[in-house]
Design a protein around this ligand. Sequence first.
Ligand code: PEP
Length: 266
Amino acid sequence: MRPVIIAANWKMNTTPADAGELAATIAARTEEPGVIRVICPPYVCLAAVRDALAGKNVAVGAQNVHHEQAGAYTGEISASMLAGLATWVIIGHSERRRDEFESDELIGKKLARAIGAGLRPILCVGEVLAEREAGRAVEVVATQLRGALAGKDVEALTAAGFVIAYEPVWAIGTGRTASSADAAAMAEAIRSTLAADLGWGRLAEDVPVLYGGSVTSANIGEFLGEHSIDGGLVGGASLKPDEMAGMVARAAMTAKARAGAEGEPA
Ligand code: PEP
């Protein structure tokens, strides 16, 4: 049974002075069984969020990591620097692909560094609007997956709890979402690519696939109603405790239903 995950991407919001309080409020408002909660604040807020979440069963994630261990990379943060601060990391977010020109190859290197340092990666993939409209969304996402994952140690990735977030770029921060049917079809296409193209076989079925793109408490139920979708990577709404409370409560219903279905005799 795949886990149900709600991951908060705070992007470039909050400061070390206010991040801890927001994280603690969200933790208190989202105490639901069966849902993995992850908060990814800016680097400089990681320590404050870690301290605020101590003993609260909410994981802390970074929003990025460098692909090298150390060296002359001004302003960058390596995976080993995150030790003790974060246990998860977002890799290949579309804002970094767009603004920092991150390639699939570079993203693959980041993934390897992340798992080498014991971090749990969330790999983001997704097409731009023109690609969706041209009917090329699945092809684009499959290319991103092959570019980042070809030749990677499948066992190590799955042991690290590797997660994929399908985030159509045109849905991020726009208030527009993919239809749940399209998102579910993409989640299935992602697992097919892993299983067939990349040779992951059965292990592909165990990889959680999240949907991201203008998710809110009002629409998350549509996505969580799809068997192939295992949660959400949430940007804007994740800064609002009421929204987080609603999304995690809905996710807990899915987690409960899955646990029930698992317990049923065949
Ligand atoms: C994101 O940052 O990954 C995201 C999906 O943002 P938003 O929820 O604001 O669209």
